[in-house]
Design a protein around this ligand. Sequence first.
Ligand SMILES: [Zn+2]
Length: 244
Amino acid sequence: MKRRSFLKNTAASGMACALSPVFPYFADPKYSTEELMGKADIKLFGEGINLREEAYNSFLEMKKAAYSAGFDIKMVSSFRDYYHQQRIWERKYLNYTEDLGLSPFDAIEKIIEYSTIPGTSRHHWGTDIDIIDGFPKSSGDVLVPEKFEAGGPYEGFKLWLDENSTKYGFYLVYTNNPRRRGFKYEPWHYSYAPISIPMLTAYRKLNILKLLEEERFMGSEHFTAGFIKTYLQDNILDINPVLL
Ligand SMILES: [Zn+2]
C-alpha cells in the first residue's frame, strides 16, 4: 500500500473522531467492546493466517514480495482470543508464583514484559502478527530479539521488513526505542495499521479499568487502579507513534 493513501485514510478517520461528540450514536459503530477485548466471534481469513479480510489480503501481497526476495514469511501467531490469552497469562502466573516463588506483584511485572493482560492484547483484533522467516534452520525459541539482529538467522529478513513492510500497511509495534516503556522490543510483531489504528482509537474510549475489574483470572485480584493506569499508558500506548 502506498504511504500517501494510508495517511489520507488516517486523516479521514481523525475527522470522523472529531465529529463523534456531535453524533454520539455513530461513534465507532464498527467495533464492539466484546470485539475489542477478543470475546467476539469475528470473521477471519486464511488457513493458518487468521486475519481480518483486508489485513489478510495485504499480508498475502507482502508474503509474495518477500518470497521473491528470498524470504518465506511464517506466521508464528496472529489472532488470539481472550480465553487463549487467559491460558497464556495463567500458565505464566502459576510458573512464576509456584515454581519460581515470586510474589504476585513480581510475577505480574514479569509477565507483562512480553505478555498482555487478557482483554488488552492487540492479537485480539485480527490485525497483528508475529512472523519469522521459514527458510533458515533455527533451534529453540524463535521469538528472540537476537535472532533478528546481526549474525542471527532472521537478520536479512528483518532488514527486508524494515525496507518493505510499511508498503503493505504493516508496522512494527514494540520498537527498539530505548526511551519506550511497556513491552520490550519485539522485532517479530507487526500490525496492519489501516485497521489497527481505528481499533486502538475505539479501544481507548473503553473504560478498561472497569472492564478488567469485572473479569476473574489468576492474579487479577492483585490489580489496582494505579497499576492498570500505568499499564495502559506504558504497555498499550507507548508503542510506535505511527500506530496511535
Ligand atoms: Zn505479538
